[in-house]
Design a protein around this ligand. Structure first.
Ligand code: SAM
Ligand code: SF4
Length: 475
């Protein structure tokens, strides 16, 4: 799985900082960017080679219309050629918003006296998961504030509970988590509970900006957060997600830093991050920020295309923080996962009468309020395959994005048939008539494109078995 194209010095102690702000700024300030340079870099990425920091600097410095269009077109081509037309769907489930930290952008910060605090009890977690399953969800990310009550043992218990809930044909097949950094023992505890990805966003990789916005609690320690995923790796948890909260510092710096973090994980552990997230700051009930670094839609679209080209074998997650129209547009530049039917107020999936957002009960404002069913319908309209696939994780094939990218035929053999089988389940169990009709057309079209006759026959047989009531048939 070793995939290092860039010379990179492994720190003596993996736990020490691997971010050098001067080095990153040197790359940005001393790299010129002509359209020819941009085209060369894009060609390298399309030939399936990872970009180094000076190449990424060429892309972030490109500002003329032709270069930016070339970057977007390159990312679109890469997504189409490598990953095809699948989009994996998931939902976030907030378990508790107690928090001892004081992050100036977040509605849950300890100094926000207007925040309505709540931690779901077991019965409430079960009700939420039943409601999510009744919508057709199969993949969740459980989210927690940072609080002494949310110990690794507590988190592991909620993960196990999530897996145990079965409503009708519903079940949760993959639970990722987004929680505070742990020590090595803690990471082992949550790994043993069967989590998928452990996501920790650095928020900003710039130490001074970090200090300015993280005003109290354990999260105020930049290094402790930066090295958290090293501790996860030491604990044997190699499925990790990184991210930046865009708007805290210069987005060009953050993009290079995400690539540096990726290099670091690859160099030290032979495995890059499973996913990269790029939340942008949204309204919250306690936002106290300098808006200087807020990122425009244009720059946001461009930076996502750049990340796709820079790290072509990693999952990219775009959440419902962003409005529907922008999500629909950006998906084409390389996004592999989106959330659908998202509600982030604690307890709101099972409370169907509550359809208004109350920022005192939420971390931030959700700007895409479409239901899962509306999103599936719209994806099918554009002939994408909404996928609930969890096969690789469940049969122990780790690093699936890397394999999708690097193993010839992997997508045709595994990903497309599995995406189709999970879509078939969704259409039979949860879809309305219109969505179902569109879905079967997309499925037929994709089956027709399978050139391996043996696989085609086997897939058609499995679809018939799903129609007769079997579930979770995967390759
Ligand atoms: N409390 C844990 C932590 O801070 O690591 C879990 C993560 S928090 C519940 C999920 C993520 O939401 C944060 O890492 C941050 O990037 C993002 N976030 C916080 N406030 C936000 C806001 N106002 N707008 C958009 N995203 C926000
Ligand atoms: Fe707490 Fe996380 Fe919000 Fe910071 S971002 S205040 S740690 S919930």
């Amino acid at each position: 799985m070793k995939f290092i194209t860039q010379k990179y010095v492994i720190p003596d102690v993996a736990m020490e900082s691997f971010i050098d702000e001067n080095e990153i700024w040197d790359f940005i300030n001393n790299t010129e960017s002509t359209i020819e340079d941009v085209q060369k870099v894009i060609a390298k990425s399309l030939s399936k080679q990872r970009l180094n920091l000076s190449e990424v600097a060429i892309l972030v410095n490109a500002t003329d219309i032709d270069s930016v269009e070339a970057i977007k077109e390159g990312a679109r081509t890469l997504k189409k050629n490598v990953y095809g037309n699948r989009i994996v769907l998931f939902a976030p489930l907030y378990i508790g918003n107690e928090c001892q930290n004081n992050c100036s952008y977040c509605g849950f910060r300890t100094s926000n006296k207007n925040a309505v605090r709540k931690t779901l009890n077991d019965q409430e977690i079960i009700s939420e998961i039943e409601a999510l399953e009744e919508n057709g969800q199969k993949r969740l990310v459980l989210v927690y504030g940072e609080h002494k009550n949310y110990s690794p043992e507590y988190i592991a218990g909620t993960v196990k509970l999530a897996y145990s809930v079965k409503k009708g044909n519903g079940e949760i097949r993959r639970v990722n988590i987004n929680a505070a950094p742990m020590e090595i023992e803690g990471f082992k505890t949550v790994k043993d509970a069967g989590i998928g990805t452990f996501q920790i966003f650095q928020e900003t990789y710039h130490p001074d900006a970090y200090k300015k916005y993280h005003l109290g609690g354990k999260k105020a320690n930049f290094e402790n957060r930066l090295t958290a995923l090293d501790r996860a790796q030491e604990a044997g948890l190699d499925d990790v997600g990184i991210g930046v909260l865009f708007g805290l510092y210069d987005w060009r710096y953050e993009v290079l830093a995400l690539v540096r973090h990726t290099n670091h994980l690859e160099a030290c552990y032979n495995v890059g991050p499973h996913s990269i997230s790029f939340p942008r700051i949204k309204e919250s009930s306690s936002l106290d920020l300098d808006t200087r670094y807020f990122v425009s839609d244009e720059d946001f679209t461009k930076l996502i295309a750049i990340l796709r080209l820079a790290v072509p074998y990693t999952g990219m997650i775009l959440t419902a923080r962003e409005p529907a129209a922008l999500r629909n547009e950006i998906i084409q530049y390389g996004v592999s996962q989106i959330d659908g039917g998202t509600k982030i107020e604690l307890g709101s999936y099972s409370n169907i009468l509550n359809n208004t957002q109350n920022l005192n009960k939420e971390q931030f404002k959700v700007n895409d309020e479409r239901s899962l069913s509306e999103i599936v319908n719209e994806l099918l309209e554009t002939e994408m395959i909404p996928s609930f696939c969890t096969a690789c994780y469940r049969v122990g094939r780790t690093g699936e994005h890397f394999m999708e990218f690097s193993v010839p035929g992997f997508i045709k053999k595994f990903c497309t048939p599995n995406a189709i089988l999970t879509l078939v389940e969704y259409l039979i169990d949860y879809a309305d008539e219109e969505t179902s009709e569109k879905g079967w057309k997309v499925i037929q079209k994709n089956i027709d494109q399978i050139d391996n006759e043996k696989l085609k026959k086997s897939l058609i047989e499995r679809i018939e078995r799903v129609k007769k009531g079997e579930r979770d048939l995967n390759y």
